[in-house]
Design a protein around this ligand. Structure first.
Ligand code: XLS
Ligand code: MG
Length: 347
């Protein structure tokens, strides 16, 4: 089995946050990105996930050449700190031009903005040495169904993917599905949708998906099954492990904190399929609680990483022979009890 996999961990600078929520002011002071990078190694993380404007702030006002110069400086900083850029994602939900979506906006000029921003994101990814861009399709959906033509929207998403594949012959595109928030309903809610888009594209080997635990739960699906589906197609570019307590706003809770058994199954699926052996990162998209004191607040990252590693041990000591026997006997009552006792520390 994959017992020798040594996992590499990643997170994005947004995971060390000011503790903001929509109902009150920031709970902590701004902690500048430059200072965040120094925290990665001591916390046991090696990969940095970026938004395009985390690498080059204010990029909309800069020329492509200026953008490349600034991205080059970040590349040097990463090298000096022993860090790797895992991916760069275009932040296509903040600008005035993306109020009603980016690639699926009804406005041709807004779609053009989104395409130009995507090209700059690819340039930045290349400059910082990252092999992938992530498309979290935040506003590609609707608040009311009548607002857009859904079929045309899918065609526009596919066209954009093909344009990006043609723009750069090596970059990979990892689509991160999420069913809702900030839209009422999103066009790419699940791994199935992302993988279908990949296969429909002109070079499907370069189109993969990122599965986030909380997003799968928001779609009322099991994250481990979403991951397994992507793995079956060799399309799991990365994972965003976290947790979510039911169908409500996106919580980004600590990995395993709402459902330890579901977390165990995610780790089990990753381990069983050799995830990580080709250098894939274990990304932790967790947010600190608003109530947590201090600055910077990083315990949520530490705890989620520790929990992941504890669960790796649980997966490696899971009695495969017994599990096989119980599966063969179709004794799922016994299989469940064994699994729960194993997680509790006995059995
Ligand atoms: C949202 C995502 C997002 C992407 C990058 O849940 O985590 O931040 O990963 O755009
Ligand atoms: Mg995410």
């Amino acid at each position: 089995m994959s017992s020798s996999t040594v996992y590499r961990f990643s997170f994005g600078p947004w995971n060390i946050s000011e503790g903001a929520d929509p109902f009150g002011p920031d709970a902590r002071e701004v902690f500048p990105h430059e200072s965040k990078f120094a925290l990665y190694q001591p916390l046991g993380f090696e990969g940095v996930q970026f938004h395009d404007d985390d690498v080059v702030p204010g990029l909309d006002l800069l020329s492509p050449a200026q953008i490349l110069t600034q991205a080059g400086q970040v590349a040097t900083m990463l090298r000096n700190q022993g860090l790797v850029a895992e991916f760069v994602a275009p932040r296509l939900w903040f600008a005035e031009q993306t109020v009603d979506g980016a690639y699926t906006s009804n406005s041709a000029s807004d779609r053009q903005y989104a395409w130009e921003r995507t090209q700059r994101c690819v340039d930045i990814a290349r400059a910082v040495g990252s092999k992938a861009i992530v498309l979290w399709l935040a506003r590609e959906g609707t608040y009311i169904r009548e607002a857009k033509n859904a079929r045309v929207a899918y065609e526009r998403l596919l066209a954009l993917i093909n344009q990006t594949l043609a723009y750069d012959r090596e970059i990979e595109i990892w689509i991160e599905p999420k069913p809702n928030e900030p839209t009422d309903l999103a066009y790419v809610p699940t791994a199935g949708h992302a993988v279908a888009l990949a296969y429909a594209s002109q070079e499907h080997q370069r189109v993969k998906t990122v599965i986030e635990s909380a997003h799968a739960i928001l779609a009322n699906l099991d994250p481990s099954d979403e991951m397994a589906f992507a793995l079956a197609h060799d399309k799991l570019g990365s994972v965003h492990l976290n947790d979510q307590n039911g169908l409500k706003y996106d919580q980004d809770k600590n990995f395993g904190s709402a459902n330890l058994r579901a977390a165990f199954n995610q780790v089990r699926v990753l381990e069983e399929n050799g995830y990580g052996r080709r250098g894939e990162f274990v990304g932790l998209d967790v947010k600190a609680m608003r109530t947590q004191r201090g600055c910077p607040v990083v315990d949520h990252l530490k705890s989620s990483r520790e929990l992941f590693l504890r669960l790796v041990e649980k997966v490696r000591t899971y009695d495969r022979r017994l599990v096989q026997e119980l599966q063969d006997q179709r004794d799922y009552e016994a299989l469940e009890l064994y699994t729960l006792k194993h997680l509790l520390g006995g059995g």
